[in-house]
Design a protein around this ligand. Structure first.
Ligand code: SF4
Ligand code: SF4
Length: 236
């Protein structure tokens, strides 16, 4: 699939999610940004969109912020969401992830505002809390929201199959390196020795039995996604 088609599907996924999330009760308001840490994860597809945005809008200076944050301890997942789902199917335990993390602010946060807000990855779009995080020092999420978020993460990874998954800083610095955006665009990046987990197809959605019925309308909308601006000129 061409990169424009993947981005087209990603946009539609975001639209579906925005429609869903408009109806949930959350304590999140503009300017509340304790959740904006450097531990955000994303796919290379989402990273490609951000890198293209930074380059096309002349905001390359923001890459310096990423490089300055690159020495700090951050969440660097060793497996992707769909790999985790595959392990669950096999009743295997996932590998232990490093929990010794700095909670330093995201390099894109400035005066409690996101400098890339329209292009932010799904990991940021889906982070809500029903109570102010300052109150508990952690976010409180409804279990159904966790299920919906996981399903979207699985589908977004599926769109970018063969691409990579990782901490936002690592993915963006990889894509910023010489020739990488073009390399990625040409679908030729899976052999790059990055150490980042490789994206996988969905084998099974991580939906607990109690949410099987409730999530159907959302799955239906995802299944109905059509390519609006197909590079091949055809609808999917
Ligand atoms: S998740 Fe927590 S810190 Fe982030 S906007 Fe919501 S309440 Fe604020
Ligand atoms: S990219 Fe933007 S929304 Fe996401 S953590 Fe950073 S500042 Fe917050």
């Amino acid at each position: 699939m061409e990169i424009t088609d993947k981005l087209d599907i990603l946009d539609q996924m975001y639209d579906i999610y925005d429609t869903f999330s408009r109806h949930i009760n959350v304590a999140c308001v503009r300017g509340c940004a304790a959740c904006c840490t450097q531990n955000v994860t994303m796919t290379t597809l989402e990273g490609y969109r951000i890198v293209e945005h930074l380059i096309s809008t002349g905001k390359q200076d923001l890459f310096h912020r990423l490089r300055r944050s690159a020495h700090q301890k951050r969440f660097q997942p060793t497996i992707s969401t769909n790999e985790l789902a595959a392990l669950c199917m096999q009743h295997k335990d996932p590998p232990e992830e490093n929990s010794d993390l700095d909670r330093a602010a995201c390099p894109f946060l400035s005066n409690n505002e996101c400098l890339i807000y329209p292009e932010r990855p799904f990991g940021c779009r889906c982070f809500f809390s029903t109570q102010k995080c300052e109150t508990n020092a952690y976010a409180v999420m409804d279990p159904f929201l966790v299920t919906v978020n996981t399903v979207f993460l699985q589908f977004i990874e599926h769109i970018d199959v063969g691409g990579l998954f990782g901490n936002m800083i690592d993915v963006l610095l990889l894509l910023e390196s010489e020739g990488q955006p073009k390399h990625y665009k040409l679908n030729a990046r899976t052999n790059h020795p990055t150490g980042l987990p490789v994206n996988r197809c969905i084998q099974r959605l991580l939906v607990p039995p109690e949410h099987h019925l409730k999530i159907q309308p959302i799955l239906q909308k995802i299944n109905n996604i059509k390519l609006l601006h197909s590079s091949s000129g055809k609808q999917r």
